[in-house]
Structures are given as C-alpha cells and as structure tokens.
Design a protein around this ligand. Sequence first.
Ligand code: NAP
Length: 292
Amino acid sequence: MQLLDGKATSDQLKKEIAEKVASIKQAGGKVPHLAAVLVGSDGGSMTYVNNKVLACKACGFDSTLLTYPATITEDELLAVVDKLNKDPAIDGFIVQVPLPKHINEDKVTEAIDYRKDVDGFHPENLGRMMLGLPTYISATPNGIMELLKRNKIDTAGKHCVVVGRSNIVGTPMSILMSRNTNPGNCTVTMVHSRTTNMKEICASADILIVAIGKPMFITADMVKPGAVVIDVGTTRVPDASDPKGFKLRGDVDFDNVKDKCSWITPVPGGVGPMTIASLMQNTLLAIELKNR
Ligand code: NAP
C-alpha cells in the first residue's frame, strides 16, 4: 500500500501558487483576495475557515474573514453576499456551509456572483464543469483530481465507484471521473443510500471514492485487492484520550483496508488539505479569468 499524502501534495501546490502570486506582485498585478463568511460558532466550520485563512497567508493572498451570529436573518446574509459581489477588492468568496436551518442554502449559493464563486457551487459553474468549460470546479472533487494526477495514478478504462451523491462532492466527482480527461476516462458507478447491492459494487471498483459521512462504513470485504481508495469522510467522533475530545474519522476502515489496496488517503491528511489547496487554486484562477 502507498499513502496518497494530501498534506505533502497540498503543501507543494500552495508553494507553486505562492510563486505565481510573487510574480504577479512583482509585475505590479493585483494579489488575489479571498473573503470567507462564517455564520454561527460550529467547531468544525470554524476550524475549516481558519485553515482557509492560514492557506491564504501561505499562498501570499489577501484574506478577509467575516463572522456573523447564527441569528443572522436570510435577508441580512443575502445583503452581505450582495456587498461582496459588488466589492472590486474581493476576487472570490465563500459562505461556509452548513448554514443555520432558517437560511436557505440554495438561495444563498444562487445569490453569489458566479464569477466570484470560488467554491464552485453556483449552478452556472456546475453547468460549465459539465460542459468542460473554464470554471471553478468544486474544491473537494478538484482536489481529488489533482491528487490522482500528481501521484500519476492511471485511471483510464478503470471502474470508478463513487459512494454518495451530494452536490458538492459525489455528483461532481462522478462527472469528472467519467470525462475524457486525465485523470478521468473511467467507467463510473454512483451509489447512495438506496443502492441495494452496495458491497458487490464497491468490491468491483478499481477506484473507490467514498463521501457519505459514516465512519468506518467501508470495510475490507468491500474493497477489491489493489484498488485505489479515496476517503472523503470527516466525522468528529468523541474520544476522551484526545486533548480536543474527538478524533476525525473517515468513511473507510483504514487499518483493515490499507493492506488490501494499492493507494489510500489517510484521514486526516488526505482529501482535507487538498480541498483547501484547491480553493486557493480557484482563487488564483479568479484573477486569471478576470485578466482574459
Ligand atoms: P452529504 O451531503 O451529507 O451526503 C451524503 C451522501 O451519502 C448522500 O448522497 C447519501 O445518500 C449518501 N449516504 C448516506 N448514507 C449512506 C449509506 N449508508 N450508504 C450509501 N450512501 C449513503 O455529504 P457530503 O457533503 O458529500 O459529505 C460527505 C462526507 O464528506 C462528510 O463526512 C463530510 O464532512 C465530508 N467532507 C469532507 C470534505 C473534505 O475536504 N475532506 C469536503 C466535503 C465533505 P442519499 O442521497 O441517498 O441520502
């Protein structure tokens, strides 16, 4: 088994972005500026947003963090989005999800100017991705594609099984892996909670990508010998032995699966850091698309 090290790959990617930003700066161009909107005080969301701000620093970007209480109304949040849409200093911004239940996430996503939607969640950007046009591809699927590419994993003609069909991970992932690209050119099967022969399908995967949020769901008997396993899941599982009081767990039973596969992503240190590096790539792209 070889570890698909998302931490090392993302560090390299951020270094390359920082070099590009340094030359933009030297040429008198605008340094990318990412804004992040955080609503409420969910521990996971706060950690993700703080990591995004730190990544901006590593890449030489400007960043702005806007925090609001969970009681913010939908109209107030839409007004924040409108202001960011119109602010020429901001090249791209994200509204961290999940949002409180009284706010319609789809409405907020659709209100974001798609040219600043560096999360790649806007229907315009998802549509452009479908058509293979230049766009912001959702950070997690894009990060996984980059991880496969940089580790020279051969995907053409392989059977890829994507577990989970969310709009931000599973669905775009299945489309990207089926496209005529490298990585890509897979025969893709997407499975979900209504799939009946899950074990059989997963065990036939050359590349197994799991994004469901159910710790240890994928057991060794569901993995084909030699498969490439990508674990997107990140669930905080209470753990008294950990100073934080929890451990991050993936959707794959890593300890029992690792010796059966050819490549596997760890949790943490796999897909998570690649997602953040990919957001940085999208923010740099915001500047490049603007300059076209
Ligand atoms: P989500 O919106 O919660 O959707 C979960 C998907 O999993 C749904 O399509 C659901 O099927 C499917 N599912 C749930 N239980 C299942 C089961 N027993 N068998 C088969 N399919 C099942 O998920 P998400 O936003 O994609 O997130 C998934 C996980 O990835 C979470 O742990 C999240 O924290 C993590 N995540 C990590 C990163 C990262 O950067 N590392 C980024 C994004 C998400 P139905 O559609 O049928 O309900």
